[in-house]
Design a protein around this ligand. Structure first.
Ligand SMILES: NC(=O)c1ccc[n+]([C@@H]2O[C@H](COP(=O)([O-])OP(=O)(O)OC[C@H]3O[C@@H](n4cnc5c(N)ncnc54)[C@H](O)[C@@H]3O)[C@@H](O)[C@H]2O)c1
Length: 290
């Protein structure tokens, strides 16, 4: 008995990195998989069928069922094409993992419009373009579903040199919280994921002498176990929540606030005088390296 027996899962950007390990794990748990990947470079340029086809080959070699799709997530036509591939091959979609992504890291001053547009298109617009048709299909089919949107600590906390990427990932977080509310009446659960893994996206950031160590400690397959928890019945009715997953660590990430200061007609000076009530204590901040 697999945790995903009888389910159909669409995973975007599944030709490498985290998407690939999600796809292999889900298939080993009985799901039939649509392996979507544009097959381009890390910065989103180029394309090809080899990456998606290779993962489909691996799944089939292990006795699973999978089909390739090479559409870009960044257009409505791509999103519709991904759903069509799933319906043609398997007749339904139960699970969607929005995972496709690119990087064009630069400080804001060096970020030209094409670097802004490309990153926002693939991550934020891509999440919209793929989710809309699949969410609609899930609603119309009436059997519920689970959607996992890949955010990042860059969007939820911030990271130097990633204003474009952080903005897209924070946008995905807002999208997730809103869609979780819309999905609840149809039994469609919506999760957010903030992963840390050694992939082609991060290898130069985690490189140097510690590269081999990071590669093992931050194996993307570890993150996939948490995503399997999210999309399977193991997570029950949970929705609208975010998991940070890094190596051996899994922790919820959530926006929290204190009770705050309440004073009719408060002034700027009152805020300064009541900082202990207005702000959270510093030590309550999340430490991603903890
Ligand atoms: N690796 C990390 O530590 C980390 C941290 C935070 C968030 N993430 C996010 O996790 C996701 C997976 O990243 P990864 O680290 O596995 O990187 P990756 O580069 O290995 O995987 C991303 C995949 O998306 C595909 N892709 C890019 N543009 C596409 C498009 N328009 N349409 C379809 N596919 C497209 C790429 O070809 C690639 O295979 C991304 O959304 C990334 O932002 C990763």
């Amino acid at each position: 008995m697999g945790l995903l027996d009888g389910k159909v899962a669409v995973i975007t950007g599944a030709g490498g990195g985290l998407g690939r390990t999600h796809a292999l794990l889900f298939a080993s748990e009985g799901a039939r998989i649509v392996v979507n990947d544009l097959g381009g470079a890390r910065d989103g340029t180029g394309g090809g069928s080899a990456m998606a086809d290779q993962v489909v080959k691996e799944i089939k070699a292990a006795g699973g069922e999978a089909v390739s799709n090479y559409d870009s997530v960044a257009t409505p036509e791509g999103g519709a094409g991904i759903l069509k591939t799933a319906l043609d091959a398997f007749g339904r979609v139960d699970i969607l993992v929005n995972n496709a992504g690119i990087l064009r890291d630069k400080t804001l001053i060096k970020t030209e419009e094409p670097d802004w547009d490309a990153v926002i298109s693939v991550h934020l617009k891509g999440t919209y373009c793929v989710t809309r048709p699949i969410f609609t299909h899930m609603k119309e089919r009436g059997g519920g579903g689970v959607i996992v949107n890949t955010s990042s600590t860059s969007g939820l906390i911030g990271n130097f040199g990633q204003c474009n990427y952080g903005a897209a990932k924070a946008g995905i977080a807002g999208f997730t919280r809103c869609l979780a509310q819309e999905g609840s009446k149809y039994g469609i659960r919506v999760w957010g994921l903030a992963p840390v893994a050694f992939t082609r996206l991060t290898e130069d950031l985690m490189g140097g002498a510690a590269a081999e160590q990071s590669k093992q400690a931050l194996d993307p397959a570890k993150v996939s176990q948490a995503v399997l928890y999210m999309v399977s019945d193991l997570s029950g009715s949970r929705t609208g929540q975010f998991l940070f997953v890094s190596g051996a660590r899994v922790a919820e990430l959530k926006i929290v606030g204190p009770e705050g200061m309440k004073k009719e007609g408060f002034t700027a000076r009152d805020i300064a005088d009541n900082e202990a009530a207005v702000f959270l204590p510093k030590e309550s901040g999340f430490n991603m390296y903890g």
